[in-house]
Structure formats: C-alpha cells, structure tokens
Design a protein around this ligand. Structure first.
Ligand code: ZN
Length: 384
C-alpha cells in the first residue's frame, strides 16, 4: 500500500485488454492498492461494457436528463454571449458528453462504459482509462457521486475538478507505471498545463463557452491541483483537498499559474439583494472566475487577456429578475474585481456606457432595455 507515501513507485502494471474480465479484475485491484483503500478483496469490479457512439448518445440522453444549470438561465447565458442562441444549456451539456467522452462511470448504474471510437482496447491509454473510471467508482463508494448537492456554477466547476482531478492522477500514475516512468519523473505540470492551453484555445470561438469551460477545463485544472497534492502527500494529500476544497474556480486558476492564494473579502454580503421596486428575484447564482474568463474571452476575443482579467475576480452574483409574468426575465450580473481596471481588458472597458460597464470596484452586466428599471436594479442590488 502506498497511501500517504507519494514517492513510492506503484506496483508493476501491464497493459491488458480492458474488455476481458481478468484484465478488469487486475486493474480494479491495482487501482484499489494504488489508492490505498482496498476494502474487500472479494469485491467485484463494476461491469464494463463497450458502446457504439450511437448507443452512448442514447445512454447520455436517458441518464443525464437534467442539467445542474436550470434552463431558466438559458436567456441570461445567451445574452452574456456564453451559450449559443436557441440552445438549451442541458442539451449543450449532453452534447458535450456525447461528442467528447471516451469512457464513463455511470453512478446511476454502477457500471463503466467504453465508447468504441476505433481506439484499441488493450494498450497503455485504454488500460489507464479503466484506472480512471474505476477511480470514479471508488469515489462513488466514498462520496456518493449521485447525491444531489445544491451548488453554484462556480462550486460545480470545483466539484468536477476534484472528481476528475483525482481520477486523472490515477490514470497518469498507471500510464507512468506501464511505461516505466517513476511518478516523480513524470512531468505533471507540463502535462496539465499543455492540456489547459489546448482547451483554452477553444474558448473564444465556442458559442457555448459556458459549457466548454465548465466541462473541459476542470480536467487540467483539477488534474494539476490533485497531482500536486498527491506528490506532497499521496492519498492523504488528495484527501486534504477534498476536506478543504478550493473556494472557487479562482483558486484552481491561481494554483496552476503558481500564484499564491488571494484573500477573498466578503465583497458582496447581500448576495440575495433586495427586490428592486417593480421586480422580483427569480433565481440567483455565482458564476466564478472561470465563467468570467469565458465571458471576457467571448466578448473581447483575446484568450490570454481574458484569463489575466478573470484572475482579478473576487466574487460575483448573478440575478434573474422578473418584472411580471408576461415579460421576459432580466439578467443582472455584478462582479467584484477591484483590480480589473488595471488589466488590458479593464482599460478597454473604461468609459463604456452599455454593458458590461465598470462601476467602482465592480463589473456590471444587465440585459434590461428600460434605463429607469436598470437604475432601480443597480440601487437595489448594490450590496454595499
Ligand atoms: Zn472522469
């Protein structure tokens, strides 16, 4: 067992055909040994099935019925430019899973499916993928992945990053063991930073950047965070991250940049806000630094400038308001980013009168047309 001992080499692992039960059992036992929590040596590994892309698509449609993000936000996200026009956020989420995913652990079914996209089933990558999915099965046993947790969009990104990040650690540890690389000799930083660069390159041009950033970025961001935790303290190091998780996507972004954590003063204490006169608050959320990055990359077009500007995020509240039942809902987004003005994007925002606008230490966005109503919202949702 190597728990708590990040530098110990994992036991010898050879690639095997992951469709065969003997291989599945070997990988399952090796994963449990690597993760240091083999509860029951007679425990059977979760079943593994191979699905065609069409079968996978039908499974996704059936099992991922709902999205964490309510479709009530569709109009707001479209007006922010981070969700394609006419697209439902849940459909876009399912579309991402259908197009991008190679293998899934279905907590709903306790089963792993491998999507047959023509790749071999018996090489290093395939075997490492089974380690990854069995890590999710182990997490499900520990954490109950299906438990409904009410979280903000920012917290959802962190949760995904921790779950995928831990699975990526065991995925890459297995790949390193199969290719004779000692864990400390593997270029963890290079691997996850290169991956992040690749994903970021697609943000500015993705009409549903909200989905892209929420789904794709947690892998390299969480992988980097968890790999560093594992190198510090093995399984115990990873547990520490689960017990004291990052406060938001900002912490993930700062960590991979090797930038020290920043103090987040409670900048928006009245997160609920008062109901502006003549309108009621229907829903609220916090999008976090990663979605601020998506918003700035989409609307101002330069990925690196948007990323740097998003690192000035210190808090945000997104409100969905309704004047009455007959009219379209109104979005009001207030981002606390005291240093945004000093960034390249901030200088471009200076003097704007149409949203997004700079207002003191905040960035404001709204999609209401009536200037009087906007003024009433700004006053009621001031939170100072
Ligand atoms: Zn995964």
């Amino acid at each position: 067992m190597i728990a708590g001992c990040g530098g110990a080499p994992p036991q010898a692992i050879d690639p095997c055909n992951i469709v065969e039960p003997a291989c599945q059992r070997k990988v399952f036992v090796a994963l449990e040994a690597l993760r240091g929590q083999l509860w029951d040596p007679w425990l059977s590994p979760p079943r593994v099935e191979v699905l065609t892309p069409d079968q996978h698509a039908r499974r996704v449609e059936r099992e991922l019925g709902g999205s964490v993000v309510s479709s009530g936000w569709n109009g707001s996200l479209q007006n922010l430019g981070v969700l394609a026009r006419g697209v439902d956020v849940g459909d876009a989420d399912r579309g991402w899973y259908i197009d991008k995913v190679l293998a899934v652990y279905w907590y709903q079914l306790g089963r792993v499916s491998i999507v047959d996209r023509g790749a071999p089933f018996d090489d290093v990558d395939a075997t490492a993928t089974l380690f990854h999915e069995y890590a999710h099965a182990a997490q499900d046993r520990d954490l109950n992945l299906g438990a409904a947790v009410a979280v903000t969009t920012d917290q959802e990104i962190v949760r995904t990053a921790l779950i995928e990040g831990e699975a990526m650690v065991y995925d890459r540890l297995a790949a390193a063991a199969m290719t004779g690389i000692a864990p400390r000799d593997f270029d963890w930083d290079g691997y996850f930073r290169t991956w992040l660069v690749r994903e970021r390159a697609g943000t500015a041009t993705d009409p549903s950047a909200h989905v892209h950033v929420r789904r794709a970025l947690p892998y390299p961001l969480g992988g980097s965070l968890m790999a560093r935790a594992w190198l510090r303290g093995g399984r115990t190091g990873i547990n520490h991250v689960f017990f004291a998780p990052p406060r938001g996507s900002l912490d993930l972004m700062l960590d991979i940049e090797d930038r020290a954590g920043v103090a987040l003063r409670p900048s928006l204490p009245c997160a609920g806000g008062r109901h502006p006169e003549g309108a009621r608050i229907v829903d609220r959320d916090s999008l976090g630094a990663a979605i601020l990055y998506a918003f700035l990359a989409r609307n101002f077009g330069n990925d690196e400038e948007a990323w740097q500007a998003a690192l000035t995020w210190r808090g945000d509240v997104l409100w969905l308001l309704s004047e009455d039942r007959t009219r379209a809902a109104i979005t009001f987004w207030k981002v606390h980013a005291p240093d945004l003005r000093a960034t390249v994007v901030g200088r471009r925002l200076e003097g704007r009168v149409v949203p997004p606008v700079l207002d003191g230490e905040h960035l404001l966005f709204w999609d209401a047309a009536d200037p009087a109503l906007v003024e009433r919202m700004r006053a009621a949702l001031a939170c100072e």
